[in-house]
Design a protein around this ligand. Structure first.
Ligand SMILES: *Cc1c(COP(=O)(O)O)cnc(C)c1O
Length: 419
């Protein structure tokens, strides 16, 4: 469900015609829909047990306008670096709704989190626990933590975004939890509130999540029986979204919420969730222009002005993104390899994709691009960082301008010996 629709044959974002934005801003650019963001957040929150913390995973899309839109609706934030923590705070997320995850938090980052007084630090290793304890004790504060466990569950998603198997770098093996809880009770500056788990991203079945959550709940029962005060559980993010039109969608937030309610009922736990993709993926598109249509030896190429530096998901995760014309066309369909201008064969959005025939200069929209799109964009090939815009009803605004070439060049410095 999103708010990108054809009206009079022209693709609109809410009430704004996309060619209007393209004319003003130039291409390529990401375009986010406020109504879609809010809808996804509300549907997810409303499916969960009352009182749950929904901490939006900022790494999916860290644009300040996205964070602020969600924060005003009551979202918390799941952050994985000091930079994301600063963004969440700047976007108006109250510290008491912020969770800090990640395997490699530095002392500086932990100190900043302690000074900010956030809801929870998800500790992912024994050395991190020791470091945090020493730091908190030296500051005379108590760190509210959860321990992220590795439940050794296969999320059955792409290998690069699977995080809950024993071989993955994330979390501590769940069977170490009883010893760790005892250790926490003895360490200064640490309050262990619960267990966190996150087994991967773009998960399209509930089974692996339920298996992981049941392990967390079982371990919570065991820790309580051993005398520990466990008040929270953090069930992570990872629920998938539909990327392919007309394909069976992943489980809905309602189905997910029902599963969570069933297994957590009567446990008296404050639950936290860290959805990223589910909130932003369908709320964003990448608008691009066809530079050339090229007839190759064995196939036709649709060469776009957006490349793998703007949207790396097809190259990195073999991801599928639908592509549609911005101005609806009744031309016959053709099969193209849809590629960008970057000097790598990996800069390919789709192979042999059948779409209505395009001509050079026409606009296209790459769909479901709001998550892990702009957030992973780069200036590879010295291409300006992709611009971002947002619509809200009939209003639209640039929410991250494209840098000028002067700004890009101005970031570099020549060392003295070359000056
Ligand atoms: C990436 C990540 C998320 C968000 O995952 P989505 O698939 O985008 O929902 C949540 N929690 C942690 C710890 C993460 O690393």
């Amino acid at each position: 469900m999103n708010h990108f629709d054809y009206r009079g044959g022209v693709l609109h974002a809410e009430d704004v015609a996309i060619p209007e934005i393209a004319a003003a801003l130039g291409t390529p650019f990401y375009l986010y829909s406020t109504a879609t963001l809010l809808r996804h957040f509300r549907v997810f929150r409303d499916a969960l047990p009352a009182g749950s913390l929904v901490a939006y995973a900022v790494k999916a899309n860290n644009n300040l306008a996205v964070i602020e839109t969600l924060a005003r609706e009551g979202a918390g934030a799941d952050v994985v670096s000091e930079g994301e923590l600063r963004r969440a705070l700047a976007g108006g997320v109250p510290p008491e709704r912020i969770v800090f995850s990640g395997v490699g938090k530095t002392e500086r980052e932990l100190a900043f989190a302690l000074d900010t007084g956030i809801f929870q630090i998800n500790v992912e290793s024994e050395p991190e626990l020791e470091a945090l304890s020493a730091l908190a004790a030296s500051k005379g504060v108590t760190a509210d933590i959860a321990i992220r466990v590795n439940p050794d569950v296969d999320a059955r998603t792409h290998a690069k975004i699977s995080t809950g198997k024993g071989e993955n770098k994330f979390g501590v093996p769940i069977d170490r939890m009883p010893d760790l809880a005892t250790r926490c009770a003895r360490l200064p500056g640490i309050r262990l509130n619960g267990i966190a788990v996150h087994i991967g991203s773009q998960i399209t079945e509930l089974g692996p999540m339920e298996a992981a959550y049941l392990k967390v709940i079982e371990m919570t029962d065991a820790l309580r029986a051993a005398g520990h005060t466990i008040t929270r559980a953090d069930f992570g993010g990872g629920l998938g979204v539909p990327y392919v039109m007309n394909e069976a969608p992943p489980p809905s937030p309602a189905e997910y919420g029902a599963m969570v309610s069933r297994i957590s009922a009567g446990k008296n736990l404050k639950l936290a969730f860290e959805p990223g993709r589910l909130i932003v993926a369908n709320a964003g598109i990448l608008v691009t222009r066809v530079v050339y249509v090229k007839h190759g030896a064995s196939r036709d190429f649709l060469i776009l002005d957006a490349g793998m530096n703007d949207l790396i998901r097809p190259a990195m995760y073999d991801a599928h993104h639908d592509l549609i014309p911005v101005v609806a066309s009744d031309r016959a369909e053709r099969a193209y390899d849809i590629v960008g201008p970057v000097c790598e064969t990996g800069d390919t959005f789709a192979r042999g994709r059948t779409v209505p025939a395009f001509e050079a200069g026409e606009l296209a929209a790459i769909l479901t691009a709001g998550a892990y799109g702009a957030a992973q964009a780069s200036e590879y090939n010295a291409r300006p960082l992709v611009a971002e815009a947002m619509v809200n009803g009939s209003d639209w605004a640039i929410v991250r301008p494209r840098p000028s070439y002067e700004e890009m060049l101005g970031r570099d410095r020549l060392p003295d010996w070359l000056g």
